[in-house]
Design a protein around this ligand. Sequence first.
Ligand SMILES: Cc1cc2nc3c(=O)[nH]c(=O)nc-3n(C[C@H](O)[C@H](O)[C@H](O)COP(=O)(O)OP(=O)(O)OC[C@H]3O[C@@H](n4cnc5c(N)ncnc54)[C@H](O)[C@@H]3O)c2cc1C
Length: 434
Amino acid sequence: MAIDVRQQAEQQPHTAAQPHEIRDVYQTTCCVVGGGPAGMLLSLLLARQGIQTTLLEAHADFDRDFRGDTIHPAIMTILDEIGLAQRLLDTVPHTKVHRILPPLPGPNPVAIDFSSVGGRFPYMTFMRQVEFLEFISAEARRHPAFQLVMGANVRELLESDGVVRGVRYQSADGWHEVQALLTVGADGRFSRMRQLSHLPPPIKTSPPMDILWFRLPKEPGDPEGIVGGFHMGRGLIMLERTDHWQLGYIMPKGTYQTLHAAGLDAFRQTIAGIQPWLAGRVHVLQDWKQCSLLAVESDRLPRWYRPGLLLIGDAAHVMSPVGGNGINYAVQDAAAAANILSRPLATGRITLRDLAAVQRRRDWPTRITQAIVNQIQDRVIGPAVRNSGRMGVPLPPGATFLLRVPLLQRLPLAWIAYGIWPVHLSPSVRVARG
Ligand SMILES: Cc1cc2nc3c(=O)[nH]c(=O)nc-3n(C[C@H](O)[C@H](O)[C@H](O)COP(=O)(O)OP(=O)(O)OC[C@H]3O[C@@H](n4cnc5c(N)ncnc54)[C@H](O)[C@@H]3O)c2cc1C
């Protein structure tokens, strides 16, 4: 179905009931809901080409703790394609992680080195998500076609003749309406746009664990990179940051209340039991408020679009944190959407086929990665958190072999670094026009 932006301006989009007093009505070409990694990057890529893009973000700022601070090589490559990667590294504080120490059983630790994946950015960059988003939004603001509204909580879709024609949002000063040729829902794992879309319900999986994130100080002589540890059925993933460790305590799903009831002292002892070299600093944890619970979820929508509306990022598929794919897949969705939709948006005509092409490009990579992660969760993490007597993660023999042979290590690393079938920006999207 083709929607013409000029016709649309003449029609009066409406919802079934209009109980709100609308302060103003704004027209744009693409209305992006949600200023996370997916929405922010898509908005930048469209605005660079002179396509009128309005980004609505519910929060007043981008500061959200423990939301994932990983920038994978695939993301750096996309940023490099528009000349931003080096500037990001030059201006925003970060750590480069070159190696992972997985928690394998046995006396000989295996260090997996990212340099084997090749490319210009053979490392994982850790950067506070707030600073990453502020960097991208500052870059987008240089383009007159970009409009960012903070504190804009999208509550309703505008629809007419079965076509989504924009949204209504609520901000501190009341209700506003944005009419758009295309609306993109990039509003994350609790997506309001998904709820409003009436798309078929998601296909869910049941990850066996939850994760509690917190920080501890870094000290001279500590190991480097990403360090994993398992002991008595509890796991700890440690991410090296500029001046501290970010730690994720892995526990069986739904057991946070039990952990909490046992008290902070017991939690501190558990951490020291998993990594004894942390024993001298666990006292820093004085309040549960220093921790942030991630209830691990994973799902994907069977269909990401309907006339006038596309969902991307977590709104289309919530990724488990295993492999740290969430931001990587969200950004690659945005890049694929920009590749496929820029021309239709620029000409003012967008078809259902265009929207379907975005899902087609990203659906299989998402499905395959979720299938790999499900296997890791079911065969490795599930047994590890249930099997409280074991030291180390009981990997199947094939996987242990894969991780111990340097040439074969490349496979899991390339999967983490680039995902399946990584997206590159098309030559026309790389050029700034507006
Ligand atoms: C605790 C935690 C830790 C994580 N750790 C990692 C990690 O280490 N590595 C990794 O790759 N991924 C991690 N993730 C997942 C990662 O954060 C997401 O996969 C990624 O941010 C998805 O990007 P997105 O742009 O699709 O959505 P989000 O980043 O969730 O952004 C959605 C945006 O939409 C806004 N929004 C929501 N509703 C509305 C509305 N109604 N109107 C307007 N705006 C709205 C939100 O405020 C938010 O800014 C983690 C997630 C959590 C919760």
